[in-house]
Design a protein around this ligand. Structure first.
Ligand code: HEM
Length: 503
């Protein structure tokens, strides 16, 4: 049934070119595999939350294995969705080689399989952040499982790096180097730029540029630390400096996690205006500068993960706090405020697609505020490694980035079929996904504010009490997502509209 659905999805309107069809197939390869991973891991996540709430019991080893799998696979799943969406949108701007994109995706999926084998068969359980010396000291899994996990992460990084190189190459070729891609002349010589008759890159091209450049930085750090850990795995006598490893691990992990939110934003830039009456999201000088800032701040904000590492030079702690604050301005001012203005009095059409895109911006804002509080040294003293952290990152990943992806998927299906979902279905899905989601998230915020630590299979009070009722929110959320899946299949199986090409 799934292959039939993909075939229908891929059946193009009669004026689609072969390259459009290939681009769509690749987008679905990425987004489809990403969503499958996310769907499976949501079930695992709910199992963990219910165990913490005392509804059933996992032995502690199993809990940490599942936590490792959940974290790693969610990150990979979200990255795949953002990569596919961005790749597809960018094929309308620049010719991109399909084989390269398929190889990148295959490498990432091979990496995901290796990680799954290391966790499910080998029992690897050092969390997706694999922070040194955790993968080597006090382990209860065989050494090969650590090797398989590191090899899996290496494959993911290779695939990611290949994708970043392809996107960067495409952007530089299309816009005439970094100067054109960054819209330098639009910002510094606006009148000359206007006279030249040139047009700046569209907003989504900035997401491409930032994902590719910061992504290459993150990928290089990931590869460097991965090789060091791999050598340590081969030769256990090799000493590594834990602080050096931690810095590299977080440049990789934090930056990748951040980019999984920025990548699907391209879908918001393209799809949200389609629900308004003749409004567009243009590239302005302000938008360009905002993305330049994002490029810098995303790369520097990772220092906030090392506040408690007192051996770090003090100056980088200040940089971490400043960059974390400053990173909030560009999206808040340009994307969220800009998005709200775009919708305001625009005769906005509410469909499932537009609802997800809009609520995703709210989730991103709420989670961002939670993260800013946590990145503030005075609060971090209390919130560090509590469930507050779990609360804020689930808010912008689950009720932000994932909603952007779902918004894009439904936008595509609605444009393609010319059909939308009924008001009742939208209300039910809204109640489940936003209502159940908020309920689940509130439990983490509340427990975090009371100091309940994160990454505990059995939590100190009031962890279990809160976990119990918060899990019910998770059940409602999953019910909403199942309904969402059924609705997506219903729309996907409708014949394509004959009069327009899709999204
Ligand atoms: C129904 C939805 C979900 C549930 C019930 C859930 C549940 C959980 C639980 C119980 C933990 C362990 C928290 C702790 O005590 O430290 C966790 C961690 C995590 N989750 Fe989720 N999750 C869900 C969705 C997601 C989504 C959509 C993402 C990302 C796209 C995600 C990414 C993560 C990550 C990165 C971790 C950290 C793992 C670690 O600490 O090593 N989760 N989740």
């Amino acid at each position: 049934m799934i292959s039939h659905t993909i075939e229908i999805l891929d059946r193009a309107t009669h004026h689609d070119s072969k390259s459009d069809r290939t681009a769509r197939r690749i987008m679905w390869l990425y987004i489809g595999s990403g969503l499958l991973l996310i769907g499976a891991m949501i079930v695992v996540g709910l199992g963990m939350r219910m165990a913490q709430g005392g509804m059933h019991q996992f032995d502690a080893g199993l809990f940490y294995r599942l936590m490792t799998l959940h974290g790693a696979a969610m990150m990979v799943g979200m990255a795949l969705c953002g990569m596919g969406l961005l790749w597809y949108l960018f094929t309308r701007e620049a010719p991109l080689n399909a084989t390269t994109a398929i190889i990148a995706c295959a490498l990432i999926l091979i990496g995901a399989v290796l990680v799954a084998i290391s966790v499910l068969v080998g029992g690897f359980a050092a969390a997706w952040t694999f922070l040194y010396p955790l993968p080597f000291v006090g382990t209860f899994w065989p050494s090969w499982a650590t090797g398989a996990f590191l090899s899996g992460i290496a494959c993911v990084v290779l695939g990611w790096t290949l994708w970043c190189l392809q996107m960067l190459g495409g952007a530089l070729t299309r816009y005439g180097g970094l100067r054109g891609a960054f819209a330098w002349d639009l910002v510094w010589s606006p009148s000359k730029f206007a006279e030249s008759g040139r047009t700046p890159p569209p907003p989504q091209a900035f997401a491409v540029l930032v994902a590719a450049i910061d992504g290459l930085l993150a990928g290089s750090a990931g590869m460097l630390v991965g090789v060091a850990l791999f050598v340590r795995w081969l030769d256990p006598t090799l000493p590594l400096d834990p602080l050096w490893v931690k810095n590299l691990t977080y440049i990789f992990g934090h930056t990748l996690a951040n980019l999984t939110i920025y990548m699907p934003l391209a879908g918001v830039y393209v799809a949200l205006p389609r629900y308004t009456h003749h409004r567009h999201w243009h590239t302005s000088a302000v938008l360009a500068v905002a993305w330049w800032s994002t490029l810098a701040f995303v790369a520097l904000a990772y220092f906030h993960h090392l506040y408690m590492d007192f051996a770090q030079p003090r100056v980088v702690q200040y940089i971490g706090q400043a960059a974390s604050y400053l990173a909030a301005f560009p999206p808040a001012v340009v994307t969220i405020f800009g998005g709200a203005l775009l919708v305001y009095r625009s005769g906005f059409r509410w469909t499932l697609g537009s609802m997800f895109l809009y609520v995703g911006m709210i989730g991103w804002t709420v989670g961002g505020i939670g993260a800013l509080l946590d990145a503030t040294v005075a609060f971090n003293i209390y919130f560090h490694n509590t469930l507050w952290v779990v609360a804020h990152f689930h808010t912008y990943l689950l009720e932000g980035a994932l909603l952007f992806v779902l918004g894009w998927v439904f936008h595509y299906l609605e444009e393609r079929s010319g059909a939308t979902s009924s008001r009742a279905v939208r209300a039910l899905i809204g109640l489940g996904v936003f209502g159940g989601g908020a309920w689940l998230l509130f439990g983490w915020y509340l427990a975090g504010a009371q100091g309940v630590p994160r990454r505990y299979a059995l939590q100190p009070a009031p962890g279990a009490e809160i976990g119990w009722w918060a899990s019910l929110g998770g059940v409602i959320l999953v019910a909403g997502l199942i309904l969402c899946g059924i609705e997506a299949i219903r729309l996907a199986r409708r014949p394509p509209r004959q009069d327009t090409s899709t999204a």
